[in-house]
Write a protein that binds this ligand. Structure first.
Ligand code: NI
Length: 178
């Protein structure tokens, strides 16, 4: 296993549309998945998409640690291939997001509160899940990476965009209503 370099915003790989993974069991895909898990563990984020490690394939991994579960369930490290995300209704919520490709910064980004996620899991079995709140946010963020979309492209109010150190010093409450 290897820790991979993470592409930073400005690199064109982060703006490309990734290609579907044809064979989840292919040795190079298994190796990529292991390396991505190692890279995410080392970097300390909650999600990582293949384009962030310079591989334009439709694959991401994510987890929800107990500390971020917001009263819901923690989610162990999960791989998703060829994801399709659809909103279950029109409700959007603002929440803070960071990205390993935009180090040191965070922003409040509107996301659908409830989504349906389909695709294949790490073993190639079908996923069909309804997700909400933080897990839904993480999945929308990671799925966006597969379409070349970075979180600033989803922002509506740039007052809620800043460096982590300053945001920690001057916490900004988020509006309840969008
Ligand atoms: Ni990201």
């Amino acid at each position: 296993m290897a820790i991979l370099k993470i592409a930073r915003m400005g690199h064109p790989v982060l703006l490309t549309k990734a290609q579907p993974v044809a064979d989840v069991a292919a040795p190079e895909i298994r190796r990529l998945l292991e390396d991505m898990a190692k890279t995410l563990e080392d970097a300390g984020g909650v999600g990582l998409a293949a384009p962030q490690v310079f591989c334009a394939k439709r694959l991401f991994i994510y987890h929800v640690p107990a500390s971020r579960a917001e009263g819901g369930q923690a989610v162990p490290l999960t791989a998703v291939f060829n994801p399709v995300v659809t909103s279950l209704d029109d409700e959007k919520v603002l929440g803070w997001e960071g990205c390993l490709s935009i180090p040191g910064l965070r922003a409040a980004v509107p996301r659908f509160r409830r989504i349906r996620l389909t695709g294949l899991d790490g073993a190639g079995a079908p996923i069909d899940a309804e997700l909400s709140d933080f897990e839904a946010r993480v999945v929308q963020h990671e799925a966006d990476h597969l379409d070349g979309v970075m979180y600033p492209m989803r922002m509506e109010d740039f007052r809620y965009f800043g460096f982590n150190e300053e945001a920690d010093r001057f916490p900004m409450p988020l509006p309840e209503e969008l």
